[in-house]
Design a protein around this ligand. Structure first.
Ligand code: ADP
Ligand code: MG
Length: 425
């Protein structure tokens, strides 16, 4: 077993021979690896919460002190003669006070006490707008690219969202002193039942994602664990404050989002932030509508299925996601449609076991005239059984019934987006 797995002895007993000597122990070992991981995540979240409260308290008191310092230095500057040599000293006090105020501002953001103005924002527009500034910030030794996907809208404070992106990008820059590549990708994600079971505190729903990846030095385990801690920095004190990621964390949490760090020493870093998506008018997207976020397409599908209920379900799903669906309830009908249809049929989605002509025979026949057509089998039998019946799986997709809409739509895209044999790019 995996060295890192943890087990507890659940229940068991000792088996004895006729003489009462213990010969063997039988029982159940239960894996608690998963439990341990969730517990660790939870502890980490609690710690951040506590540190956040502390930071918020300090920042609040500091703001009062700084108001006094800045106020009085201002008053002195007003009353002092322009050529008084002490003027420069007071200027220095005021500058330091302002720097300190900027730091407390960051601390407050971390502890979520900053006054913010959430608005509906289009994620891609925000990222595109930052492009120029980011390029300047990052410098010319680093290749910078953005890939804008279907991230949609979120409700957040514009300044804060920009801070999040800039802080992460600046860290990426610092991690690549000798140049490299920085990529910002936007897109969307669905957190479903399975996902939230794996991730403490995550809630079901649709999220916009912003992923910032660099090819820099990466992080060891300890750094990764402490990255969000205020004042944690591995940089020279003149360069790092250790507040950047703490602030990012605070903002993301305030927006009910998530942040994820993937990094290994020498292998670069990828920071993913997720914000709950909203409709353009600002209403939250119904988590039950998560299917809306499933991938669609505009290709033409020939659907062959002898079970009426399955046929109409699959047809409805595919049409709702933009596909054009030609349908047949048996092989003969499918052949007729294929012969009559002028233009490409991009994919054949067929049941395997059908009366008279099987899905495999149908596929063989249609592919003589449509060699480029992609192929997906559906069956209530397992893939093994189907392969046993002479189906060649190497270039076909397989959906085991019953399948979820999610699986069907993803399989469609997987097969349609796959490069053709012999032209791997
Ligand atoms: P600072 O940048 O002031 O050090 P941050 O809170 O922004 O503070 O980051 C904390 C620490 O996390 C950094 O000092 C660095 O060690 C690590 N870190 C953050 N982002 C990256 C990255 N992209 N690559 C490597 N290390 C990183
Ligand atoms: Mg930083």
């Amino acid at each position: 077993n995996d060295q890192n797995d943890l087990y507890v002895w659940d229940r068991g007993r000792v088996l004895c021979d006729e003489n009462g000597r213990a010969v063997r122990m039988v029982g159940i070992m239960e894996s608690v690896t998963e439990l341990k991981r969730l517990e660790d995540q939870f502890r980490q979240a609690q710690k951040m919460e506590a540190v956040g409260r502390l930071a918020g308290g300090i920042a609040h008191d500091f703001n009062n002190l700084l108001t006094t310092i800045l106020g009085y230095s201002h008053l002195i500057l007003e009353t002092i003669e322009p050529d008084d040599p002490r003027r420069l000293d007071v200027e220095e006090i005021r500058k330091a006070g302002k720097r300190a105020a900027a730091l407390t501002q960051q601390l407050l953001a971390f502890s979520r006490k900053q006054v913010i103005e959430p608005k509906v924002l289009e994620v891609n527009a925000v990222v595109a707008n930052l492009d120029k500034m980011l390029r300047r910030l990052i410098g010319e030794d680093i290749q910078f690219q953005t890939e804008l996907g279907s991230a949609g809208h979120i409700k957040a404070d514009l300044g804060q969202l920009e801070q999040v992106i800039m802080n992460i990008a600046v860290n990426a820059r610092d991690a690549m002193p000798r140049g490299g590549r920085l990529t910002i990708r936007t897109g969307s994600a669905v957190f479903d039942e399975a996902f939230i079971r794996q991730h403490v505190g995550a809630r079901i729903g649709q999220y916009a994602s912003i992923v910032v990846s660099d090819t820099g030095c990466g992080m060891d385990k300890v750094t990764k664990l402490r990255i969000f801690e205020p004042f944690f920095t591995t940089k020279d004190p003149s360069k790092g404050t250790g507040l950047g990621m703490a602030m990012v964390y605070g903002i993301v949490k305030q927006s009910e989002g998530y942040i994820w760090v993937d990094s290994e020493p020498g292998k670069g870093t990828s920071i993913s932030v997720y914000f709950p998506r909203v409709q353009e008018e600002g209403l939250p997207l119904d988590p039950a509508d998560a299917a809306l976020a499933l991938p669609g397409g505009s290709e033409i599908v020939l659907l062959v299925e002898d079970e009426d209920a399955v046929l109409s379900l699959v047809r409805g799903l595919l049409r709702s996601r933009g596909y054009t669906v030609l349908e047949a309830s048996n092989a003969a009908e499918a052949v007729r449609i294929s012969n009559d249809f002028i233009g490409p049929i991009h994919v054949l989605l067929t049941d395997v076991v059908m009366p008279e002509v099987s899905g495999r025979e149908l596929a063989d026949q249609l592919r003589q005239t449509r060699p480029d057509m992609r192929l997906i089998y559906m069956s209530g039998y397992t893939e093994d059984t189907v392969v046993h019946h002479g189906v060649r799986m190497s270039d076909a997709g397989f959906l085991q019934k019953p399948f979820t809409p999610d699986l069907l739509l993803r399989k469609m895209r997987e097969m349609l987006d796959r490069p053709q044999d012999g032209m791997v790019m």
